[in-house]
Write a protein that binds this ligand. Structure first.
Ligand code: PXP
Length: 238
């Protein structure tokens, strides 16, 4: 059965909407752990739109489960990752104008830059994950670069299910890519756009080891928690 990594970026998104100090992603990590999260995922973006350096520092100090730090192949954040020493670092593409990480890392086109980043992280004793589309050439290159883990970008499958389809074609691509990764002896993770409605077929892929899920969990947390939050405020006012 795959483990669950909970991405708490969007707890920080709500905080940053007001540049306030709540909700605190460090609290969220503790609650996620209590709920059974096997790992916590955060993305330290260059533009710091959600997770801040302080969050990374405190999470490394306090989390009882491994931290998987997502980052771009950029010197500034690579240096922070090496210094913070999370259990795992995941190299992802990053474009400032994107709403979210819209595709996998291009390890074919950006091979040299990615190779340098992989080596730097591995030398620091950090497990390296590459976030890749289910594309055989990208995966072959990711394996050759010495990654420990490949995380498959499930966005195409997720989009197909959101559009009302069953995502069968995209799911097949994920299954084929999963076999390629496991046959090479790497750990197999997947994530992006997974929801309460579309997660089961991906969780059922043979040898899937971890799913990293964020937005849908934070979205549901708002919904299942809102009623109680209003009750609490009402009681204070009364
Ligand atoms: N895995 C990676 C590498 C990601 O970049 C993200 C999104 O930040 C996720 C998983 C989680 O995606 P979602 O928030 O859509 O569940």
């Amino acid at each position: 059965m795959p483990k669950l990594g909970v991405n708490i970026d969007h707890v920080a998104t709500v905080r940053q909407a007001r540049r306030a100090n709540e909700p605190d992603p460090v609290w969220a990590a503790t609650l996620a752990e209590l709920g059974g999260a096997d790992g916590i995922v955060i993305h330290l973006r260059e533009d710091r739109r959600h997770i801040q350096d302080r969050d990374l520092r405190l999470l490394i100090e306090t989390a009882a489960v491994p931290i998987n730090l997502e980052l771009a192949c950029v010197d500034e954040v690579l240096a922070i990752a090496v210094n913070a020493s999370p259990r795992e670092a995941m190299l992802v593409p990053e474009r400032r104008e994107e709403v979210t990480t819209e595709g996998g890392l291009d390890v074919v086109g950006g091979r040299e830059k990615v190779a340098r980043a992989v080596d730097q992280l591995k030398e620091a004793g950090i497990g390296v994950s590459l976030f890749l589309d289910p594309d055989p050439t990208q995966i072959e290159t990711g394996i050759a670069l010495g990654a420990d883990i490949i995380e498959l970008h499930t966005g195409a499958y997720a989009n197909a299910t959101l559009a009302g389809g069953n995502g069968d074609v995209e799911l097949e691509a994920l299954k084929t890519a999963s076999r390629q990764i496991r046959q090479a002896g790497l750990a197999l993770h997947a994530g992006h756009g997974l929801t309460y409605r579309n997660v089961k077929p991906v969780a059922a892929i043979d040898e899937m080891q971890m799913l990293n899920i964020g937005h849908t969990i934070v979205a549901r947390a708002i919904m299942v928690g809102l009623e109680q939050a209003v009750r609490d405020m009402k009681r204070l006012i009364e």
